[in-house]
Design a protein around this ligand. Sequence first.
Ligand SMILES: Nc1ncnc2c1ncn2[C@@H]1O[C@H](COP(=O)(O)OP(=O)(O)O)[C@@H](O)[C@H]1O
Ligand SMILES: O=C(O)[C@H](O)COP(=O)(O)O
Length: 371
Amino acid sequence: MRIVVAPDSFGGTLRAREAAEAIAAGWRRGVPGAEVAIVPLADGGTGFAEVLHTALGGTMHELEVTGPLGDPVTGSWLRVGDTAYLECASACGLHHVPREDRVPGVARTATTSGVGELLAAARDAGVTTAVVGLGGSATTDGGAGLLAALGAVPVDDDGLPLPPGGAALDCCARLDGTPDLGGMTLVAASDVDNPLLGPHGAAAVFGPQKGADDAAVTELDGALTVFAGVLADLAGREVRDLPSAGAAGGLGAALLAIGARVESGAGLVRDLVGLDAELDAADVAVTGEGSFDWQSLRGKLVTAVARRAADRGTPCVVLAGQVSVGRREAAAAGVDAAFGVAEEFGLEASMADPAGTLADLAERVAPRWSR
Ligand SMILES: Nc1ncnc2c1ncn2[C@@H]1O[C@H](COP(=O)(O)OP(=O)(O)O)[C@@H](O)[C@H]1O
Ligand SMILES: O=C(O)[C@H](O)COP(=O)(O)O
């Protein structure tokens, strides 16, 4: 009996590797002797570089960069051969902003400058390709901070540099300077396919989780509309409606404007870690994430794993922090059963001891899936 355990991170509580190890430990307690392989996964968001480091090796470089709030944070990028893998969240992620600080003023001013600083470091180290994981960001600045860090500074009508953040882009007239990529090929590995603007855009959909209220969402969407024109001038074409332009608060749009190719972060990770070969050899696939909800059904990582397991006729079990997807919807997505730690042990216990309770859940569930 071989089990492959391939979860995403549990947002705010467990890294993908920690979740995988907890599930594996519990499963082995439930079914002694079960052969368990762990394959931690990520989309473009939090955990992207760490998961690839585990799977591919390479060297992780750490450096101090500008965080989303302007304070220094330790960012990192992974070098594997001539390729750099950067996770935007390491420089501008929501985890750098304490929950009580996620307020409209922060949503208006948070910057992607640090992501540009990481990219500049990779460029200066001589890599030929940079793959930028998008997701889990605290920012809605259309990638303005990244462009400035690479040498293309957003300025107003008088040629004065704009302050950091998305709201100031309302006054953006043009970019001063051109971005220096040193000839690197860019890939944007995105967790979502939203456009830049409008009801499905960066500000409307992801602004609220970063602290934006209705007024800030409207303001940011308007400012990004102005900036979309500046990005179109840079790119020589419109990028605002392209899939993933709205990822990471519009950082996707800036990367598209400087020539990046967009890929699905989950798909890219899945291929690089060799998930298909692991599924081929497995009798049961177990995946999971913090919240298995309607967003998961819209092509998030967990349902991508379920789909590939289903293609092989391999049962797929979801172990999540919380489950709000009905049994029928889950089955349609290829999930044979979904269990929530919070439903089993209570939300307080699952948040207080996420690894312990997840292992306990796996122990309870495992015997039902052993043959
Ligand atoms: N151990 C846990 N137990 C219960 N709920 C959790 C746990 N860990 C995370 N969550 C919930 O999952 C949410 C994050 O969802 P997740 O699916 O991991 O990420 P995202 O929505 O960014 O894709 C958190 O806000 C929290 O409500
Ligand atoms: O960073 C963002 O705005 C995203 O692209 C969406 O992030 P999430 O998947 O962490 O909500």
